[in-house]
Design a protein around this ligand. Structure first.
Ligand code: ADP
Ligand code: ZN
Length: 544
């Protein structure tokens, strides 16, 4: 029996059964546990809810292996640590945490326990490691007494500035492998595209690690992008009252205000909904969370702060009321639906104007540097491409982002695009010439600071006073698109922004208002003189 081939296997099984009270392992758990007990560095990629914690909590209690002593867990979220420590203590496992929140006496006590080797697991925040030299000294002395069992880096994508949740304090975690070269390290994350993954391995200095990865596909989730022009609130009401009566969901909004407003509007429609965001005090948030978990609220209008570390298995719908800022976040947020494996829905309401306003927010954000802004713009354009894409399987697109090949046949019509494909035909059209016309139009008038809407009007040959006043009816490209269908034209413009052929940038006027103006992007100029061809897939006319 391959499960019994290690000296610690018997112990592993009894800890699983007697301490964690679980009937068996899930995918990759035992493999990861064996690798770390064998002293290897380990990298675990598992979707949210996959069972990452067990991969390091169980080995922390197995002493038949090479390692004895304390496991140090680095985790970015204090609430998450608290939760885990409580669960461990309930199971009779000696665990504690050190964070900026605890008082001095509690911390002294924890250090005392740590020094005397009383703790199986110690959770620490990365900030603590940076700022508290006493903590570093205690860990170091554990090491010198051979009592540092292993180091765990939870939410390891925070190491990468290419991840969606980079934390500067994570950068220095690479120091562990230098200071304690023979202590096995475990890095775990639910999200990592190729680039982030390489970053993690490189930054943590675990190039020889054993990698455990698995498909990120969530077969029970249905994905759909809906046009936000229609009556969104009435649709949400329908979904909650008719399709999922008495079932729970999350409605993601982009700001605190929007959370509160949306919740109020849904209340007026007779729905039990409340809101959750970072502006509320912790006690209030806890009450909301509990109310939702116990079913007193059917749904919560929340910012992306909601959901991390929340273990509710029967979330039936996740709605994005506005565009997510990146696909990683989108995957995470939708991933909170259907953890019990039962069918659940993920609906994204898309309006191009939301992308424009997020772009503006990025442009205007004073707290981030140029590189970060560029990354955020790139992320947003990927979301835009996803939303604008009306033909490719959603699963295929999301998983491609994680460099996972997914055959859309396996979607089984569990996304809007696959469903449409069963009743409609598509055609791929060459849009090179019309794109060149658009570029010429924009080049001719961008010096006058013009909006996308204005450019579309010029391109279509509208005769507005604004156009005539600016003399834009005499520029090259005016009316070049008079024969292009309006909806198609809008799609093409949006597609060109997503492709960096056009770009929108915010300009702030004297009164502090920002307007987005359209310009030709880096790729646009090259395209005009080059031989590159562009195409776009459309639903065949009349087929719908
Ligand atoms: P992650 O950190 O990957 O999001 P968790 O470690 O929090 O996931 O585990 C998610 C849920 O799955 C928890 O409720 C946990 O108890 C449960 N779980 C983990 N491993 C197993 C297992 N082998 N068998 C059954 N349930 C498990
Ligand atoms: Zn599909």
């Amino acid at each position: 029996d391959s499960e019994m081939c290690y000296e610690w296997s018997r112990e592993v099984c009894s800890v699983l059964r007697d301490v964690f009270k679980l009937p068996g392992f899930r995918r990759n758990q035992l493999e990861a546990i064996n690798a770390t007990l064998a002293g290897r560095d380990v990298f675990v990629l598992m979707p949210t809810g996959g069972g990452k914690s067990l991969c390091y909590q169980l080995p922390a209690l197995v002493f038949g292996g090479k390692t004895k002593g304390t496991t140090i867990v680095i985790s970015p979220l204090i609430s998450l640590m608290q939760d885990q420590v409580e669960h461990l203590l309930e199971k009779g496992i000696k665990a504690a945490m050190v964070s900026s929140r605890g008082d001095a006496a509690a911390r002294r006590n924890t250090f005392q326990q740590l020094k005397s080797g009383d703790l199986s697991l110690l959770y620490v925040s990365p900030e603590m490691l940076t700022t508290n030299s006493q903590l570093r000294n205690v860990i170091s002395s554990l090491y010198h007494r051979n009592s540092l069992a292993r180091i765990v880096i939870d939410e390891a994508h925070c190491v990468s500035s290419w991840g969606h949740d980079f934390r500067p304090d994570y950068k220095q975690l690479g120091q562990f492998k230098e200071d304690f070269p023979n202590v096995p390290l475990i890095a775990l994350t639910a999200t990592a595209n190729e680039r982030v993954r390489l970053d993690i391995v490189f930054n943590l200095k675990i190039t020889g690690c054993a990698l455990f990865t698995q498909s990120f596909n969530r077969p029970n989730l249905y994905y759909e992008v809906r046009d936000k022009q229609r009556d969104v609130l009435a649709e949400i009401k329908e979904l909650m009252k008719v399709k999922y009566p008495g079932k729970s969901g999350i409605i993601y909004c982009h700001s605190k205000n929007s959370c509160e407003e949306t919740a109020t509007k849904l209340n007026r429609l007779g729905l039990k909904v409340t809101y959750y965001h970072a502006g509320m005090d912790p006690e209030e948030r806890l009450q909301v969370q509990i109310g939702w978990q116990e079913g007193r609220y059917q749904a919560i209008c929340a910012t992306v702060a909601f959901g991390m570390g929340i273990d509710k298995a029967d979330v039936r719908f996740v709605i994005h009321y506005t565009l997510p800022r990146n696909l990683e976040g989108y995957y995470q947020e939708t991933g909170r639906a259907g953890r019990d494996g039962l069918p659940s829905e993920c609906i994204l309401y898309y309006a191009y104007r939301d992308a424009t306003s997020i772009m503006t927010m990025i442009d205007r954000d004073k707290d981030i540097d140029y590189d970060t802004k560029e990354k955020q713009r790139t992320f947003l354009k990927q979301v835009l491409q996803y939303c604008e894409n009306q033909t490719d399987c959603r699963r295929h697109q999301v998983l491609q982002y994680f460099n996972e090949k997914f055959d859309s046949k396996d979607c089984r019509n569990q996304c809007d695009n696959c469903r449409i494909a069963t009743v409609c035909e598509f055609e791929t059209r060459d849009i090179t010439e019309v794109t060149k016309d658009i570029i010429r139009t924009v080049l001719a008038i961008q010096g006058d600071n013009v909006t996308m809407l204005h450019c579309m009007d010029v391109f279509r040959g509208a005769k507005t006073a604004k156009i005539q006043g600016a003399g834009h009816n005499n520029v090259p490209g005016y009316a070049a698109g008079k024969d292009v269908d309006r909806t198609d034209m809008e799609r093409i413009f949006h597609h060109l922004v997503a492709q960096s052929i056009l770009k929108e940038s915010a300009v702030v006027n004297r009164s502090g208002f920002a307007t987005s103006y359209l310009r030709v992007g880096s790729r646009g100029v090259a395209l005009l003189s080059g031989t590159e061809k562009l195409s776009l897939t459309f639903l065949k006319n009349g087929a719908a």
